[in-house]
Design a binder for this molecule. Structure first.
Ligand code: ATP
Length: 231
């Protein structure tokens, strides 16, 4: 098991947001977390990265318990987070954006390897981050975390606000990452996108996991998901 989360609780100040999250991810798996607004999906990813100070329960990443670990140590284990607001430098070129992130764990990809995964970034190498389309910015933000040596990627709504044709490109890129052996946790509101790439799906509501399904179950029972997402 690459990641085992048991009875995870997390608080923002006095607000008790995560109320006992349980989930697990095997090596090389692509797992999506679905849920309506405010269900606690982003909070779960932030808690995994140690970005939420008050948290209890257990998070075992690749054999190491991280629940009490300082946030700067967690990326060095090979875990990386790509937030919803695409973290790229708008005034730097694509190449400069890719050169900046430090290699924190063994296995960080070279710029050439990132170009092979995201050919659009190679074409736009000399453009500034601010001049990229939303989809290209998303690929650049993911490319940047691949530099760090992460083996497990936590991607927060990579399709947010993107046109359907771009969502397809992101799906292709995410499948390529899986093919390359990365383990991926993807937070999504877009059920179609999620079920097109995921091996398994978790559904969250009110700070807990309320259901989990295989991709085959999700394809056979879309109404089960729609009901729980309230759509
Ligand atoms: P969304 O798709 O809207 O981001 P989500 O499932 O990712 O939904 P979270 O962002 O994890 O939901 O938010 C869970 C709850 O925590 C919400 O009720 C939200 O209002 C609250 N929350 C989020 N960030 C903070 C914060 N910095 N301080 C206080 N409460 C917060």
């Amino acid at each position: 098991m690459m990641l085992q989360v048991s009875n995870l609780h997390a608080w923002y100040g006095e607000s008790h947001i995560l109320q006992g999250v349980n989930l697990e991810v095997r090596q090389g798996e692509l797992v999506t977390i679905l849920g309506r607004n405010g269900a606690g999906k982003t909070t779960t990813l932030r808690a995994l990265m140690g970005m939420i100070e008050r948290r209890t329960g257990s998070i075992v990443f690749d054999g190491t318990e991280t629940i009490a670990m300082a946030d700067h140590r967690i990326p060095r284990l090979g875990l990386a987070y790509c937030p919803e607001e695409r973290a790229v430098f708008r005034s730097l070129t694509v190449t400069e954006n890719l050169m900046l992130p430090p290699v924190l764990a063994p296995g960080g990809l070279s710029v050439d390897e990132i170009h092979a995964l995201f050919p659009n970034l190679k074409e736009r190498a000399g453009s500034t981050g601010g001049n990229l389309s939303g989809g290209e910015q998303q690929m650049l933000a993911i490319g940047r975390i691949l530099r760090t040596g992460a083996r497990m990627l936590l991607l927060d709504e990579p399709t947010e606000g993107l046109a359907p044709v771009i969502v397809k490109q992101i799906a292709t890129a995410i499948r390529a990452l899986k093919q390359r052996g990365f383990t991926i946790v993807l937070v999504e509101q877009n059920f179609h996108f999620a079920s097109s790439v995921a091996d398994r799906l978790y559904i969250m509501d009110h700070g807990v996991v309320v259901d989990h399904l295989s991709a085959a179950e999700a394809a056979a029972q879309p109404e089960r998901i729609r009901r729980q997402l309230g759509v």
